[in-house]
Design a protein around this ligand. Structure first.
Ligand code: DAH
Length: 342
């Protein structure tokens, strides 16, 4: 019996050295361990007929041989599959999901670049502000009806430094930076200031309590209304395309005189009249004007020495127009199905 086992082992080792691929391995496996005809299986079948002594003597060796064959074949299978892993380099890779800039930030950067190209500096300012800079210094004293133009979040704390204007507000616009900036800089300069502003609004498809805004101003000797009209027309054409028309209509903002509202020709109907432009062909997108002498004076400039223009617009509003988005609230919802389109 031992001889039979020995022969079987030798034969197996010989067969093993001839295994070259998965199918020859499978054949060898069947030859020795196959459920019906496997050589080892047959020996186990035969075991039933053995005497107790024979079982005692050879049973262990038979078991041992079976285990060895199984292990060796499993090992062989492993090395074969490892060797045969085929990497198809032409399969397109799965792109890892990476984030990207929010559509409003993209537009903001684009507009900053346009102004930068015109020689403007880009600056930031505080979101929490004294009502002095947000209103008073801009020729909007307390109890002035113009305060009602903006629904303001007043905060129930006093300004720690008792600086002029004791209340603290969330800035309602970035015009608060006019006097702040001018106090520290000597003209000539031109600057734009992007950021968030806050309004105590009731929310709907075109009103948010927090939205992205951009203020800008240019101060120097002999800065004119015509300079302002050209600059804003140029920027709107850069943002919306060369075919866009702009127009300025007289308006009222206490910190500029004369003041104007800026319109662009409607992008949807190209000026013919539709529901977006309320059949007028024009959409209002910014406020602007020549900086009021009182504001220049509050900044410490000598009366009549400088002139300047200022403008402000909602970036969210521009983004709505540029991408034909029906609802401003989509920008803050963080829905990837929306954001992935940009
Ligand atoms: N601050 C104004 C607003 O939020 C917009 C504005 C109007 C800004 C006229 C200006 C300006 O600089 O000159 O409604």
């Amino acid at each position: 019996m031992l001889d039979t086992l020995k022969k079987l082992q030798n034969e197996f080792e010989h067969d093993l050295s001839n295994i070259a691929d998965g199918s020859s391995l499978q054949n060898i496996k069947t030859k020795y361990l196959g459920r019906k005809e496997g050589l080892i299986t047959l020996l186990f079948e035969d075991l039933k007929n053995w005497s107790i002594e024979k079982k005692k003597e050879f049973g262990g060796s038979l078991n041992e041989l079976k285990r060895k064959i199984e292990e060796t074949l499993a090992e062989k299978e492993k090395t074969l599959t490892e060797k045969n892993v085929f990497v198809d380099l032409s399969i397109p890779a799965i792109k890892p999901e990476v984030g990207h800039m929010h559509p409003i930030s993209q537009l903001q950067k684009e507009i900053e670049d346009i102004f930068f190209g015109l020689g403007f500096d880009v600056q930031l300012g505080p979101e929490i502000e004294s009502d002095y800079y947000n209103f008073e210094a801009l020729n909007i004293p307390e109890d002035h009806p113009a305060r009602d133009m903006q629904d303001t979040f007043y905060m129930d704390i006093e300004h720690p430094k008792k600086h002029p204007g004791k209340n603290i507000v969330l800035r309602t616009h970035i015009s608060n930076m006019q006097v702040r900036y001018m106090e520290k800089h000597k003209p000539p300069f031109s600057v734009v200031l992007p950021g968030r502003v806050f309004r105590n609004e009731s929310l709907d498809a075109s009103h948010e309590h927090t939205y992205q805004y951009m203020e800008g101003f240019v101060v120097g000797k002999n800065v004119s209304y015509a300079n302002m009209a050209w600059t804003l027309d140029y920027v709107m054409k850069e943002v919306f395309g060369k075919d866009v028309q702009t127009k300025l209509l007289p308006s009222y903002f206490p910190f500029v005189e004369p003041a104007a509202e800026g319109f662009i020709s409607c992008l949807v109907c190209k000026g013919k009249g539709c529901s977006v432009c309320k059949q007028t062909g024009w959409v209002e997108v910014f406020g602007c004007g020549m900086i009021h002498q009182k504001v220049l004076a509050a900044s410490g400039y000598k009366q009549g020495e400088y002139t300047g223009f200022a403008f402000g617009f909602g970036l969210s509003r521009l983004a709505l127009m540029k991408y034909s988005i029906p609802d401003i609230r989509l920008f803050a919802e963080n829905d990837l199905r929306f954001l992935n389109q940009f």
